[in-house]
Design a protein around this ligand. Structure first.
Ligand SMILES: Nc1ncnc2c1ncn2[C@@H]1O[C@H](COP(=O)(O)OP(=O)(O)OP(=O)(O)O)[C@@H](O)[C@H]1O
Length: 600
């Protein structure tokens, strides 16, 4: 069976929830129709074989011609064999379809993670994201491999045995249809509860994922701070709630199964009793009695198969909602720019930039007017929460300004393609992430085809060459998960080498020296000094030694720029800066009475 590769929806459906479940099938129409055909053949042959078998038994009992019985027997065996084949083929094509769609959905989720990172993912929990990519995606299998196909089969096949019963005698069709209608209405009556239970199960699975990922990520802290008991209790509470949610779901599903069985039995009984009355009244030949019973069973079979799948419909829809809402979520910074300027980036210009993380939240940045020029090393300083990292993140377009304009080389950042922006600006974050790969792999991540000489030059410039020289396999050494085999300072130096290797005209660094010893710190700063000759370098700085090397210092206070100038000027004119420096030196500098800060 050939499955279509989806070219229609490279990023997945734009709608969320149940609609998206069906929209996805548009790209897989042929395999879906084939699955339906197999499902119809499977169930149709089953009904035909049992009805013909019943007719055979009745014919044998009423003394039919042996030759005719052999023929009928052969036909029944043939139908049974074909049904077996159809059943296997249905399982194959429907699961092939489902697992292909699942692979596609996971691809869309990966794209969504990339598109939403980092701005939109900052507040999402990693356990929840992993649950969406794994367990929730897995939950969609039920829909594609079973639910929809069984719905088509039930809609097409259920009326046929009823019509056959009506041909035998209309009273038989009525007798079967009444309990059958009740059978069909039970899942509809319970559908709201089904949705509620499914949503609760999926939400609780995500919560367990969050708790487990917290424990795994924070194991060191948990052990050192002796908090095992507390976290064990949190995981236990989450898993108990999950068990309770599963139990509620199971009780309802069990109730649906029980009601299905009772109503199937009622359908058979009602048909048989009616048939018996008709036979005794001479309105039906006795040989049709077992046939009527099998026709009634045939009418219920597709419906029961469908309802076995819809018992977990709430889980399926909740999974779809969680998966497709993420797939359809728009990026914090849509990649709609078309400009890809080839010339050097030039500097940043910020005109009256305001920014807040939430629509109604406090301003993290306000009235920011700044020029960050090429060849300049600018230090962003300020108290904790002043807005330094937020400003750095705006320069990287993790977010767009809520108001005002931010340009690079004269172009609004929104006009540039994301790819071009990433080629122009390199970033060294506060919390460096190294993949569980070799040093070489990690350093060349942003430029995998880099010349070995360029890689070694970047390592040397970042003062990481000596780190690598001491590793057992040099640049081939595996760094461990998140770089666990390296010290914090070593990780930072590799991150700086990675950024330098990209040879971008702009470098943004968030506390790049916070974990370096004094000598490495000085060497690294020498490297940055060299790098800045033709670059715009912006450093979120806490250390006085970094601040003193900067050409300009921008002082932020509660989101506003309250000082912009050289160290001596600011020390003289900006009391906020003087206080920051005093705190760094651990002594009180004489600060003249507060006066408005001087902007450059
Ligand atoms: N993802 C976020 N969602 C909501 N508010 C945030 C978020 N990140 C930061 N903030 C808020 O924005 C303000 C500025 O934070 P920011 O991280 O930019 O400060 P900072 O000067 O870099 O602080 P630090 O030196 O402690 O890192 C703070 O009030 C902070 O609480």
């Amino acid at each position: 069976m050939s499955l279509h590769r989806s070219e229609v929806m490279p990023d997945g459906p734009a709608a969320g929830g149940v609609r998206a479940l069906a929209v996805v099938l548009r790209t897989q129409l042929r395999p879906f129709l084939l699955s339906c055909a197999c499902g119809l053949a499977n169930q149709g042959l089953q009904i035909a074989a049992t009805v013909l078998g019943a007719y055979l038994v009745a014919a044998a009992v009423t003394g039919a011609d042996p030759a005719q019985l052999w023929l009928l027997g052969g036909l029944v065996l043939g139908l049974v064999a074909l049904r077996g084949l159809a059943s296997w083929w249905e399982a194959y094509v429907s699961h092939a379809l489902a697992f292909f769609v699942l692979a596609q959905v996971r691809g869309w989720l990966y794209r969504a993670f990339v598109r939403l990172a980092p701005g939109k993912l900052l507040r999402r929990r990693s356990g929840d994201l992993v649950t969406r990519a794994m367990a929730d995606s897995e939950g969609l299998e039920m829909f594609y491999a079973h639910t929809l196909i069984y719905l088509v089969v039930a809609v097409v096949l259920t009326p046929l045995p009823l019509v056959a019963l009506a041909v035998l005698h209309p009273a038989l069709a009525v007798a079967a249809a009444v309990p059958l209608a009740l059978l069909c209405s039970a899942p509809f009556a319970l559908r709201r509860v089904n949705f509620r239970h499914g949503a609760a199960v999926r939400a609780q699975v995500a919560e367990v994922g969050n708790q487990v990922s917290d424990v795994v990520g924070g194991l060191r802290e948990i052990v050192v701070l002796d908090r095992e008991g507390r976290h064990r209790e949190r995981v236990r509470a989450a898993t108990s709630q999950l068990a309770a949610a599963h139990l509620r779901q199971g009780v309802r599903a069990g109730l649906e199964s029980a009601s299905n069985q009772v109503l199937v039995a009622a359908t058979l009984l009602a048909t048989l009793i009616t048939a018996a009355f008709l036979v005794s009244g001479g309105q039906l030949e006795a040989r049709w009695l077992p046939v009527a019973a099998m026709l009634a069973a045939g009418a219920t079979a597709p419906v029961v198969t469908l309802f076995e799948a819809t018992k977990v419909w709430g889980i399926t829809t909740a999974s779809a909602e969680r998966v497709f809402s993420l797939v359809a979520e728009p990026a914090a910074t849509p990649d709609t720019g078309t400009l890809s300027p080839t010339r050097a980036a030039g500097g940043y210009e910020l005109h009256d930039v305001w920014f807040r993380y939430d629509e109604d939240g406090p301003w993290a940045l306000r009235e920011v007017d700044l020029s960050l020029r090429p060849g300049e090393l600018v230090a962003l300083v300020g108290h904790s929460g002043a807005g330094k990292s937020t400003l750095a993140h705006l320069l990287l377009r993790f977010f767009d300004p809520t108001r005002g304009q931010l340009t690079l080389g004269g172009h609004d950042l929104r006009e540039l393609t994301q790819q071009r922006l990433h080629e122009l600006v390199a970033f060294v974050p506060q919390d460096v992430f190294l993949f569980q790969e070799s040093v070489w792999w990690n350093v060349t991540l942003g430029r995998p085809d880099a010349d070995p000489a360029a890689v070694h030059a970047a390592l040397a410039a970042a003062q990481a060459a000596e780190v690598v020289a001491e590793l057992p396999d040099g640049t081939d050494t595996l760094v461990g998960e998140r770089g666990a085999r390296l010290s914090g300072g070593e990780r930072q130096r590799l991150a700086v080498a990675r950024a330098l290797l990209r040879e971008t005209p702009v470098l943004v660094l968030d506390e790049p020296v916070s974990q370096l010893d004094t000598i490495s710190e000085r060497r690294l700063r020498d490297a940055l000094d060299a790098a800045r000759s033709d670059r715009t370098v912006v450093v979120v700085a806490h250390r006085l030694s970094t601040i003193l090397r900067a050409d300009r210092v921008v002082v932020l206070d509660r989101g506003r720029v309250v000082g912009d100038g050289t160290h001596p000027d600011l020390l003289r004119d900006c009391p906020e800066y003087a206080r920051l420096v005093a705190a760094q030196w651990s002594l009180e500098l004489p600060v003249t009475p507060p006066q408005p800060c001087q902007r450059e």
